[in-house]
Structure formats: structure tokens, C-alpha cells
Design a protein around this ligand. Structure first.
Ligand SMILES: [Zn+2]
Length: 268
């Protein structure tokens, strides 16, 4: 009897524990990936409802080009990959599970150039491929009425309740309403930074730019009225220290994949 229970326990653990790419951290996550991608898709529709979008501008084209390069190295065959440039002063960007990416025009001057965009995109994609949203939803499953309730809401005609919707968006890092926004933990932010630096390097962008982007970000948003995007992120020193530790590995990848053009030429 004891042996049987032991075997069952091992199976449950194998299902729930996964390894994060690049950092190799073991995580506890019970929300299946297809369900996360469905949540990503419906949340994308939510995020794009009522916003002004740039489709044909040069900036939108650059977003798509950088996106194509980052998505190639992210190697997620089940992702649909879509990139939207949203006309809005917010200094923000996100990637939902399934590869649905949003950048706000307000973040462009902080990115300054393609390499800066490549890092922030790599960082946001890092949150998605490292299953950070699934990890956070796992912690909140009782509030959502369990996994079965969540799957049912997506499969049937029934919509998620506004409260459930708020929890999902918060877990995916795009919640906007006060009290719903749940900051990603420091650990998630550091992990996304590492994935972002590695992805940008493999895509041919100089990874040192990851550090200068966060420099500009803190200068831009410093002082009073810290926007939610920054307040959810760890302190600049710890962030830079963490990135520096990974820089030798990232630089090796960059040297092998360097793009022919200067990706640090000022654009915004
Ligand atoms: Zn982040």
C-alpha cells in the first residue's frame, strides 16, 4: 500500500514540476501549457480592445522584424507569435503565453534602438517561456475555482467573471486595475532578464545593451509617480549585477551570431 502511494506521489510531482529554460530552475506549476496559451489568446483580445494600434508605420515594421528574430531563437513551435504596437504614452511592454506581444509607443524612447527593443522583447518573452504566469496562477487556483473551472470557462460559452479575468490578467503581468496588479517577483524578473539577454545575443544583438536599457528606464521613470511597470521590477543594482554575471555567456553567443548592421543606431 505504501509503495503504491509513493508511486502516485512521484507521478503527481513529475506532472507539477518543470524546469525553466536557460536558468534550469525547478518550478511548481499545475496549469497545463495549452490552457495557458488559451488564456494568453483571450487576454490578448482583452488588451487590444479599444486601443489605437500602429500597423503599417516604420516603427511597427521594426517591431515585427525584431520580433521575428527573437521568436526564432525562443523556439516555441506551439506559439502563434503576433506583435502589436499600441499608440499610448505608457512605458510598457508585455508578452502573453502563446506569443502575443504588445509594445506601447511610450516605451520607444527608452529602448532607443533595435538592440534595446530586442532586450525588452526577450525579457517579456522570457516571462512567457519560463511559465511565470502559470506559476502565479497555480498559487491562485482556489480563487479561480480550480483548474476545472478555469478550463470550463474557456471551452464553453461562459465567460470568465470580471474578478476571474482580473486575476488572470494580473498573473500574466498585464493587469491594470489597482488591487488586481500582482507584481512579478524579483526572482521572476531576474530570470526574465537572463532569458532576455541570452535570446537577444543569440538573435545577434549586443547583450551589453540589456544593462543600458534598464539605466535609461530608471532615469526616465525616476522621481515621483513611479509607474506600475517599474514598481513591479527589482532594484536597478541587483538587476545589473545579475545581468553582468551572465554577460560572458551571452557575449559568446553574440559573437557567433552578430547581425551585420549596427543595431544600436538611435531610432527613437
Ligand atoms: Zn518583467
Amino acid at each position: 500500500m505504501r509503495g503504491w502511494f509513493g508511486a502516485m506521489g512521484a507521478v503527481a510531482l513529475a506532472v507539477a514540476c518543470a524546469k525553466v529554460p536557460i536558468t534550469g530552475r525547478t518550478q511548481y506549476n499545475v496549469v497545463p501549457e495549452p490552457l495557458m496559451r488559451s488564456l494568453g489568446k483571450s487576454s490578448y483580445a482583452d488588451m487590444l480592445r479599444g486601443v489605437r494600434v500602429e500597423r503599417k508605420t516604420e516603427d511597427a515594421q521594426i517591431l515585427n522584424q525584431v520580433g521575428a528574430k527573437i521568436s526564432r531563437v525562443a523556439n516555441q513551435p506551439d506559439y502563434e507569435w503576433d506583435y502589436t504596437l499600441i499608440e499610448d504614452d505608457q512605458i510598457n511592454a508585455w508578452c502573453l503565453p502563446g506569443g502575443y506581444i504588445g509594445f506601447y509607443t511610450g516605451i520607444l524612447p527608452v529602448l532607443r534602438h533595435e538592440a534595446g527593443m530586442a532586450f525588452v522583447m526577450g525579457h517579456e518573452v522570457g516571462h512567457a517561456v519560463a511559465h511565470h504566469g502559470a506559476e502565479r496562477l497555480t498559487q491562485q487556483l482556489t480563487l479561480l475555482g480550480g483548474l476545472a473551472g478555469l478550463s470550463l470557462a474557456l471551452d464553453s460559452e461562459t465567460e470568465l467573471t470580471p474578478q476571474q479575468r482580473g486575476i488572470v490578467l494580473g498573473a500574466l503581468g498585464v493587469g491594470a486595475e489597482v488591487g488586481v496588479m500582482l507584481p512579478f517577483s524579483r526572482m521572476h524578473e531576474s530570470e526574465a532578464d537572463v532569458v532576455g539577454a541570452m535570446y537577444m545575443a543569440r538573435a545577434g544583438y549586443p547583450p551589453e545593451e540589456s544593462i543600458t536599457v534598464w539605466d535609461r528606464m530608471s532615469r526616465q521613470t525616476g522621481g515621483s509617480g513611479v509607474p506600475p511597470f517599474l514598481s513591479t521590477h527589482p532594484s536597478d543594482e541587483s538587476r545589473q549585477k545579475n545581468l553582468r554575471e551572465w554577460m560572458p555567456q551571452a557575449n559568446k553567443r553574440y559573437e557567433r551570431n552578430k547581425l551585420p548592421n549596427d543595431t544600436t543606431e538611435k531610432r527613437w
